[in-house]
Design a protein around this ligand. Sequence first.
Ligand SMILES: [Zn+2]
Length: 383
Amino acid sequence: MGQGLSKNSPVQLELGKENYEALIERHGQWVRWRVASKCPCIKANTRQPDIHCKKCGGLGILYGYQKQATVSQTVMVCDSSGIIELDAAFIDCQLTRCYDNAGHIYENAKKTGPFVMLNAEKQPVKGVYVTVIMTAAVLKTVEHTHAESIGNGYYRVAGLRSSRTKTEGLYHTVPGDIEHIGTVRDTEGNTYEVGEIRQDCIFIKDLPQVPPKTLLIEQVQYIPPFTFVILNQNLSKSDAQVMQDNNGDAILTFPYTFDVSADDVITVLSGTYTQKSVVPKKDAEYDVIPAYFVDEIVKCSGTERDYTQGVDFILCGTNYLKWLCDDQPEDGEGYAITYKVYPTYKVVKAIPQIRTSENQRMPKKAVIKLYDTYGEARGLNRK
Ligand SMILES: [Zn+2]
């Protein structure tokens, strides 16, 4: 237990910025966060989704991501230049609004890199605090990078992994999720078409007999993993109560810049558990594995023989299997798989926060429940 985080400590009830950072340091986990929204196939009169909907697989929910986050920094004016400097982390953020502690709004303020020119008729004097509200894009862009072959048509795109070696238990790196790829070329200038996307890996269609080892990639857009806190013990009394009231499994704590809300999906990327299922071979392009996010298929046994990942089939998206071999199971035939799954939670309820002032940017909380116990493992989740 870190200092200030003990069971009976009052700071748990009032989680300020510093305590939140300590909490992240101790218990922060890499997660993949997907935002739920209603599929347009839901009929207004019955409120039921179309069970044949191709977009949502009949689930009525589509998963996306939060496009922008609102961020801010408060800086003390230290000279009469009318220019203030923000932290490097805010270089690419768009300016929304700018005001000082006397309530003056800087209507003509302009932001260039880390600098904000206040452009006021009367510049603020030394010692005045100016708050700059900005929007930050959640989607990141890499202009040029490369991808290395990992076999069987898959290439791993470089530079999309996050690491936090400082934090206990987080020594590994985790990939972001590719949302868009511009162009893919080999060193000779031939272009390739991207098929499936799985985290930071892309499947290349129609590769030549001797596939290139390296591909050059332009304009990759990806969502980096998030660091959130998931706790189910040592909770404050009120958190434990709200978790119990909503039949949840844990409490999620996340930065104020994000709007995690009901039905969103949180996948923990720092560990897996193993489970077994019998999957019926469908008369379709893919078979769906009954788990939200599959890391790896360890064993796959049909009635005739065992199949090998990467040779006989590939794992695509987050939970579907695509057959490659000719002697695949017959349509309707079941095959047994043993596979590793990332623990995935669904948000049951966002816990309302009391905001005392705009400057107090408190972390937010939500009640979450393990997806497997939620009874909705049928969703096809290609991205
Ligand atoms: Zn739909």
